[in-house]
Design a protein around this ligand. Structure first.
Ligand code: ADP
Ligand code: MG
Length: 309
């Protein structure tokens, strides 16, 4: 029996402000299972609780309740094995800027107890494109390069699970491309990837499964294509010179309906072409008086999902 890469049950977190005593419920009982080998997206607006979840897995935030298992290892009971199974790239660029790239990687390897002969320092330096900067102190690195070093540090112990918390926020397009290429390669080689982002397009492009978190609750979890069916969707509304009462034959096979004499057609912009819909309307010999379109946005999806919950 193989254990899931990540198994989270009823995870809660309440932050307390030491001064004011004010409480903030950041996670309200989250259940999440990430299967082995997945490229998984954790999506949600700012403040949803994504980093809180990630930082609990990393051990930098103490949970209030619930359980977290990494590759079957409980983060409370099997601390070492759990930590050894996961590599985490935090959202904040936290680095000891005094050390060079090489030193930072060596120190991290030492922290994980990896013997010198088994270290992959040079391989990681090359994979992250940091060869030229290997002996520069990290304070001299650009933001993008620091991000790469952080990813490198998360990889020194060859973890079977790699978690990236908003890795492309503030990163230039070129680095974003090469970063994703590398992460994809890791995933193909068997590493489970958990990625958090508030960019819908990014999650859609990369992830095969997505969970959506909103105000500390997990409100959706599905295969990306299924979930995006609700987002990658537009509706076009036609008003014709003469009101309709049935969907014309030429538009059969599309998601079309007649409402108040108008024709409403739902379609997926990634698949269907507006020109095809217009051609069919033309074939039906209808005289268009007015057209309007509506697009489902990420915010709409959140509202839809939260009101349904
Ligand atoms: N150290 C903290 N102390 C108090 N509140 C916090 C702390 N960290 C995060 N929060 C609050 O918890 C909520 C979730 O934050 P976070 O996990 O960073 O969300 P996300 O990563 O999805 O943007 C937010 O309302 C945030 O203000
Ligand atoms: Mg965050």
């Amino acid at each position: 029996m193989t254990q899931p890469a990540i198994e989270i049950q009823n995870l809660t977190k309440t932050y307390r402000d030491r001064k004011t005593g004010e409480q903030k419920e950041a996670l309200k009982g989250v259940d999440l299972t990430v299967p082995r080998g997945a490229f998984f997206g954790l999506l949600g607006p700012n403040g949803a609780g994504k980093s809180t979840m990630i930082n609990i897995m990393a051990g930098t935030v103490v949970k209030s309740g619930g359980t977290v298992r990494i590759n079957g290892y409980d983060i409370d009971r099997d601390v070492r094995k759990a930590k050894g199974s996961i590599g985490i790239v935090p959202q904040e660029l936290v680095l000891d800027t005094f050390f060079t790239v090489r030193q930072a990687l060596e120190i991290t390897a030492g922290y994980y107890g990896i013997p010198k002969k088994d270290r992959r320092t040079d391989e990681i330096i090359d994979a992250m494109g940091l060869r030229d900067k290997a002996d520069s102190p990290s304070r001299r690195l650009s933001g993008g390069m620091r991000r790469r070093l952080l990813i490198g540090k998360a990889l020194v112990h060859t973890p079977p699970v790699l978690v990236l918390d908003e890795p492309t926020a503030g990163v230039d397009v070129e680095l974003r491309r090469s970063l994703w290429e590398y992460v994809r390669k890791l995933n193909k080689a068997g590493t489970t990837i958990l990625l958090t982002t508030h960019y819908l397009e990014e999650a859609e492009e990369l992830c095969d499964e997505i969970a959506i978190i909103h105000k500390g609750n997990l409100i959706a979890r599905d295969r990306t294509d299924t979930l995006m069916g609700g987002v990658d969707s537009k509706q076009v509304s036609f008003t014709f010179a003469a009101p309709l009462d049935t969907v014309p034959d030429a538009l059969q096979g599309l998601q079309a309906e007649v409402k108040n004499g108008r024709l409403l057609v739902s379609y997926q912009p990634s698949k269907a072409q507006m020109s095809d819909i217009l051609a069919r309307v033309h074939t039906a010999g209808l005289q268009i008086q007015d057209i309007s379109t509506e697009e489902v946005e990420l915010e709409d999806l959140f509202i839809k999902l939260t009101s349904a919950a």
